[in-house]
Design a protein around this ligand. Structure first.
Ligand SMILES: [Zn+2]
Length: 467
């Protein structure tokens, strides 16, 4: 299906395309119409079907990048495309702009020149990572280098820089019992990449939201068939067939609302969509935390800690910052509700009344229970809140969220896998536009103003649970 033939983007809803345009508009300083036009391009992929490694990268690349561009086709018609992406050692087939993706030895190169050898074997999960970097490079090339990321013309990615012992990829990884908080973009990306690892155990997937049309640009497992259905159920439905030894169990609640007594949250994968939600989750006393987040399309943050720790907790890493506070104030002001309401994250019955009075074209019944960010993004997309140009909440492209999910899987493998992996950090910032750099790994200390670590009641309970 994905290896040959055309992948038109009618799998994207108008809302999903609008999300992509809003993201590009914010990155390039364009208006949304110009950005939508800039994203209306087709991509051709050339790959040797007999080269398994190259074919897997190509399949991943097509499935991820079609969430962003108009259409993408493998070994097909090159006439309508603006860019040919040549994966592995195969002759290019057009006079189009080119991007070459090659694997040689222990490194991947993405850029102007091709390595003339068949791709050697590598752990399968790297095909997802390579595809994500190839999407970034392909987007930059299709836009003639206009994205403000100073990307090298040849991206060289040493696979060892990800810091995971190769043995770990070939042995089972026992996650025992874990919870996944959030079945949105990063939660999707996590289970997407985890298909390539033999994970054993069970994961409870917690999310109270339903799939909305504006999610399809980045939530890689979801299609139009999933609209209005619970995210937790649909993610489990789609992902479960790919796991022999891992049982996925959906819970249609936010993680915070699943609360049980005692040390119930021994292992937690955090894929929620806000800093505030991460701080709330810290207050549930997770034992071991695997966390990834995105800063629009600029950066992915990966964080891990295990209690009892002398170092940063989730609330230390995701302290309230001025941008968050001012964004909440803007949303409150423009929707005509209090900041305290916005901090509840979901629109209450009473707040829906107030919003409908403030913005009469909104139907109260249609907005009860949805996230403030979601409503706000919709209004931005429709041009209702023009005064907030540049401040809008933007959703990253699919390849950024999938990269975050894949790095989260690597973090699980690094910590729970069979091989001994070097590990003396709890925080890593990774750019989709540049090679990963181990020197950007940090061991972040506790923050003096942390609302968890600075609260003696909470820290005493924490000690009791995990010491
Ligand atoms: Zn803390």
């Amino acid at each position: 299906m994905a290896s040959e033939g055309q992948m038109r983007s009618d799998h994207l809803t108008p809302e999903a395309r609008a999300e992509n345009a809003a993201m590009l508009a914010a990155a390039l300083g364009l208006n949304v119409t110009e950005a939508a036009e800039a994203l209306s391009f087709d991509v051709a992929v050339t790959v040797d079907p007999a080269d398994n490694v190259a074919s897997t990268i190509a399949t991943e690349f097509v499935q991820i990048f079609r969430r962003t561009v108009r259409s993408i086709e493998t070994n097909g018609n090159y006439n309508a495309s603006c860019l040919e992406v040549v994966i592995g050692n195969v002759a290019s087939r057009s006079d189009l702009k080119k991007l070459f993706v090659s694997v040689a030895g222990r490194q991947v190169t993405i850029g102007d020149s091709q390595t003339e050898m068949r791709c050697p074997q590598m752990p399968h999960i790297f095909s997802v990572l390579v595809a994500c970097y190839a999407c970034a490079a392909a987007l930059q090339r299709a836009l003639d280098g206009r994205l403000p990321f100073n990307m090298a013309s040849q991206l060289v990615i040493p696979l060892d820089e990800f810091g995971v012992n190769e043995k770990s990829f070939n042995a089972p990884v026992n996650i025992e019992k874990a919870y996944l908080a959030g079945a949105g973009a990063i939660g999707n990306g996590f289970l997407w990449a985890a298909r390539y690892i033999d994970i054993h155990g069970e994961i409870y997937v917690a999310d109270d939201d339903v799939v909305s049309p504006g999610n399809l640009n980045r939530q890689i497992w979801f299609t139009k068939e999933d609209l209005d259905e619970p995210k937790a159920d649909r993610l489990v439905l789609h992902a479960q067939p790919f796991f022999q030894n891992l049982k996925l169990i959906p819970r249609r609640k936010r993680l915070q609302d699943l609360r049980e007594d005692g040390p119930w949250l021994r292992r937690l994968i955090v894929a929620v969509d806000s800093r505030r939600a991460r701080r709330e989750i810290q207050n549930e006393f997770p034992g071991e935390v695997f966390d990834a987040s995105t800063t629009d399309i600029r950066e992915v943050v990966v964080h891990h800690h295990k209690q009892v720790t002398e170092h940063a907790c989730l609330s230390c890493i995701y302290e309230a910052d001025p941008e968050e506070t001012s964004r909440e104030a803007h949303i409150a002001e423009h929707l005509g509700v209090s900041v305290a309401e916005v901090r509840q994250e979901r629109i209450s019955d009473q707040a829906a009344n107030q919003i409908a009075q403030h913005i009469p074209k909104l139907d109260k019944r249609a907005i009860v229970g949805i996230a403030y960010d979601t409503l706000f993004k919709q209004l931005c997309g429709e041009g209702e809140l023009k005064s907030l140009e540049g401040r809008r909440i933007v959703a990253p492209f699919a390849f950024v969220s999938v990269l975050a999910g894949a790095l989260l899987v690597l973090e699980v493998v690094r910590n729970l896998g069979a091989g001994v992996s070097r590990k003396d950090h709890n925080y890593w910032r990774v750019s989709p536009w540049h090679p990963p750099l181990r020197r950007r790994q940090q061991l972040r200390p506790k923050q003096s103003g942390c609302e968890f670590c600075g609260n003696s009641t909470l820290t005493q309970i924490n000690l009791k649970l995990w010491l």
